[in-house]
Design a protein around this ligand. Structure first.
Ligand code: NAD
Ligand code: GLY
Length: 362
């Protein structure tokens, strides 16, 4: 078992990473201060892991909310189901919410915790690779709006993150690859050594070699925790680097309809587009562009999207982004592998060209 720390002063918290953590009270007891606990999960994860998880909470008054499964349900209407249970069952402001599931459940539960009675504590128990390496760490919570991905939300840090790597055994291959997109992201942002390791261990990761997966999860969480500790609320621009590929990716997710492309897949395409634009600007060497495209494809991720949605539509959707400042869209681009920068210093015609080339005839 490995324990990492997200250093945020009074809001610091541990990330526990290991096998067989689910259902063990030791990891949750120190982080719950009162009796009431509400576990939020979904209809896919509940039959797999709810019973085991509940055994860790037998000292508490515990109830469960089971939400429908899917990105398409990550909205204010479905979020209300959590508030309905909290209110009808008289949960007070010392209640702890527990997110058991992937990033959708984590983001929604965290947002419910941020809002309920102006803020209650919550615990993240991520069960997808993507949630274990990214969404459960850092306190970004929220839901989608029909006009934009993750546009309604709040920063609200969890009390702890409990990563039981055994849960990955039931994850579909496509979901595993989606998680690997966010793993590649850390290599590209500021960890070139990790990128090389990923090139060398792609097969082991896809084969779910437990040592390789544990290493990738630990390294990703370490890299993310370091960035979050520097810029918790994305003010200085450091944390915005974690959005590499996301401006493109969010437009793809919204444009094709939530759930058509998995979030990680859209981010994978987005990172390839960011790399292509960076190469057009002569910031990224052609050989490094090739390495990025090759590693993405090797992880069984798409590197471009079909033309059901046009480049113009995607460019329009990209304007609905949290990195828009005074009407100007900032992008995260690459000056090398392991050297991401947040910049508005790109040529719009090269961005357009990149988008036209990245949308291929289906
Ligand atoms: P997801 O939550 O939809 O989970 C993917 C699928 O896997 C779902 O069908 C889920 O029910 C299923 N599942 C979960 N655990 C399983 C398991 N152990 N075995 C079998 N099936 C399992 O998707 P995701 O990829 O985990 O998360 C994507 C979401 O995370 C997006 O909404 C994205 O915006 C968000 N996100 C947030 C942050 C953040 O910082 N808050 C970062 C990255 C992504
Ligand atoms: N996934 C982006 C962030 O946490 O900032």
């Amino acid at each position: 078992m490995i324990t990492l720390q997200v250093d945020l002063g009074k809001r610091s918290y541990p990330i526990y990473i290991g096998q067989d953590l689910l259902g063990k009270p030791d990891w949750v007891l120190p982080h719950i201060k009162a009796k009431q606990v509400l576990i939020v999960t979904n209809e896919t994860v509940a039959p797999l892991y709810l019973e085991q998880t509940l055994t860790a909470f037998h000292n508490f008054q515990t109830m469960t909310v089971i939400l429908p499964d899917g990105e398409v349900y990550k909205n204010l209407t479905v979020l209300n189901q959590i508030f309905d249970t909290l209110l009808t069952q008289h949960f007070d402001r010392h209640t702890t919410l527990v997110a058991l599931g992937g990033g959708v459940i984590g983001d929604m539960t965290g947002f419910a915790a941020a809002c309920y009675q102006r803020g209650v504590p919550f615990i993240q128990i991520p069960t997808t690779l993507l949630a274990q390496v990214d969404s459960s760490v850092g306190g970004k919570t929220g839901v989608n709006h029909a006009l934009g991905k993750n546009m309604i939300g709040a920063f609200h840090q969890p009390q702890c993150v409990i990563i039981d790597t055994n849960t990955l055994k039931t994850l579909e291959n496509r979901q595993l690859s989606a998680g690997l997109a966010e793993v590649i992201k850390y290599g590209l942002i500021n960890d070139a050594e990790f990128f090389v390791w990923l090139e060398q261990h792609a097969e082991a990761l896809l084969a779910r070699d437990s040592a390789a997966l544990s290493f990738a999860i630990e390294r990703s969480c370490r890299d993310k925790a370091a960035i979050v500790a520097q810029d918790e609320k994305e003010i200085s621009g450091t944390r915005a680097l974690l959005n590499l590929g996301h401006t493109f990716g969010h437009a793809i997710e919204t444009g094709f309809g939530y759930g058509h492309y998995l979030h990680g897949e859209a981010v994978g395409v987005g990172m390839c587009l960011a790399a292509q634009l960076s190469a057009k600007m002569d910031w990224l060497q052609p050989i490094d562009l090739t390495r990025i495209l090759q590693l993405t494809a090797k992880m069984l991720l798409p590197t471009c999207v079909p033309n059901q949605v046009s480049a113009e539509q995607l460019l329009e959707l990209m304007k609905v982004d949290k990195k828009v400042h005074s009407g100007k869209l900032n992008l995260v681009l690459l000056q090398g592998i392991g050297k991401a920068v947040l910049t508005s210093d790109y040529q719009p015609d090269l961005l357009q060209q990149t988008m036209f080339e990245g949308i291929v005839t289906s």
